[in-house]
Design a protein around this ligand. Structure first.
Ligand SMILES: CC(C)(COP(=O)(O)OP(=O)(O)OC[C@H]1O[C@@H](n2cnc3c(N)ncnc32)[C@H](O)[C@@H]1OP(=O)(O)O)[C@@H](O)C(=O)NCCC(=O)NCCS
Length: 230
């Protein structure tokens, strides 16, 4: 996995690499569920093109039964309940290969992986890739936007939709990232001179800066999408 991790190291904006719950659980997830880690390679050269991370969990098939967000996925996955669904955690296309249609292939691979393990549902807390262009729009509205051809507005959500997935629920507070003001300034290369809400480069929502408490807090929104595979 080391080569694949190096190849996809630049996929995330720096701020996104500091999740309060994701960071302490990511390595644990990969160690516990190695069968649900995928690496897409170019066969002749064995060049790494993408990684896809997922994990199995129990899901009752209802919107209310979904984990609250990405942060809550781990407690569901480690609850000891018999898994019934595969949960996509991230697709990381190597930057030089983005925009070439690999997203669909990565999702397809996860769908086949789920079926190979007898799991008939693939659920995904989707991080809408163009939400960063509309950080002030509530995810409840953004996730419903459609193009004139009727397909979802967001490119990454559209890849899911083209494979038959539907939006089940949106989650404004899916992934929490907390840091000192100095950390947030370093992660975003943006000074935050006073307490307040700030739009920042690559942010899907605003970051709340509290200079008196020396804290910045950001909640990443996601849209839960469901692929019925059975
Ligand atoms: C989001 C991501 C997985 C999409 O993969 P990709 O290989 O770049 O996307 P694809 O080439 O398969 O295209 C998917 C859709 O986005 C559109 N798209 C891709 N790049 C685009 C660009 N630069 N401008 C406009 N549209 C673009 C494609 O047209 C396609 O839509 P369509 O099928 O309706 O035509 C990839 O960019 C990525 O890894 N991003 C960083 C990590 C991330 O955010 N992962 C997703 C959250 S887990």
């Amino acid at each position: 996995m080391q080569r694949a991790d190096e190849a996809t190291a630049d996929v995330w904006p720096e701020y996104n690499r500091h999740g309060d719950f994701v960071n302490p659980n990511w390595g644990r997830m990969r160690a516990a569920f190695p069968d649900f880690e995928l690496v897409l390679c170019d066969a002749p050269e064995e060049e790494v093109l993408a990684q896809a991370h997922s994990l199995p969990l129990a899901w009752d098939g209802t919107a209310a039964g979904l984990p609250r967000g990405i942060d809550s996925v781990f407690e569901h996955a480690f609850s000891g309940a018999t898994p019934t669904a595969l949960c996509a955690m991230a697709v990381e296309i190597v930057p030089a290969h983005q925009g070439g249609g690999l997203a669909r292939r990565a999702l397809d691979a996860m769908r086949r992986l789920a079926l190979a393990h007898g799991l008939r549902d693939l659920i995904a807390p989707v991080r809408p890739s163009w939400k960063e262009r509309y950080p002030l729009t509530p995810i409840e509205r953004y996730a419903g936007w459609r193009r004139t051809d009727g397909l979802l507005f967001d490119p990454w959500m559209r890849v899911h939709e083209r494979l038959g997935a539907t939006v089940v629920r949106v989650e404004p507070r899916s992934l929490r990232i907390t840091g000192t003001v100095g950390e947030w300034e370093a992660w975003t290369a943006l000074p935050f001179p006073e307490t307040g809400e700030y739009v920042f480069p690559g942010g899907l929502a605003t970051v709340a800066i509290d200079r008196e408490a020396d804290r910045g807090r950001y909640w990443e929104p996601n849209a839960w999408m469901h692929h019925a595979l059975g």
